[in-house]
Design a protein. Sequence first.
Length: 282
Amino acid sequence: MNDASGPQSATRVAAVQMNSGNDAAANLQAAARLLRSAADEGARVAVLPENFSLMARHDAERRAHAEPDGAGPVQDFLAATAQRLGLWVVAGSVPIARGAGERSAQACLVYDSAGQRVARYDKIHLFDVELPGRGESYRESATMAPGDKVVTLDTPAGRLGLSICYDVRFPELYRRLQAAGAQWLIVPAAFTAASGEAHWEVLLRARAVENLCYLVASGQCGEHPSGRRTWGHSMIVDYWGRILAQRAEGEGVISAALDLDAQADARTRFPALAHRVALLQS
């Protein structure tokens, strides 16, 4: 499903779905092709999934892929591609080194259409879990250090609030993003197939509804070299919880128009955000 219509005053955004492997060069080639498709669909902003440049097979591979802040093949690719396409690119996550022997940051980087980096958000909630009854366990904290800053920024599609994957389970983060003026939210992800089937859609729609925000979720999909399976089902949801565009499986691009005037009208007519009692506003 892909929304090709929309009001003329609205701004089109895109979610890129990928099946990244452990060959970084091949992943970047795929990202370039998909970002070109997003630009061709008329998107002004495109969101790549978490781990778009590498789905590592093991911790050593993940550590070796980390780049110094501001320089490296992945960051150079993002800047050059954004400039070449005249497209804002939200890079779902890039491992950024913090120092010799230290854990890296899982950073969402945003580049404007001139290729300038305009924002960085370090993933706050790290995925340290064992999936009930699945025999799957994950310890992101073994190689990653958590962030501690909430990040919003102005984009051609309105004020954007940044998050990554597991963050979606923590609604207090999105309340703070909305309080900072967010009109749309992103959730670039590599959601496991098991948890995605159970929770992905309901979490995304809940975060959109409770904050009266648009939400763009770009996912990894299918089976990866490590044997891990990710859920895909990239999705664009409006402020009322309606799914505007969705791709269940396979690499590809979805896009939809974000109508901020309609959103503002809905927030006025249904002022739930103004009804929060002072006791809960923290």
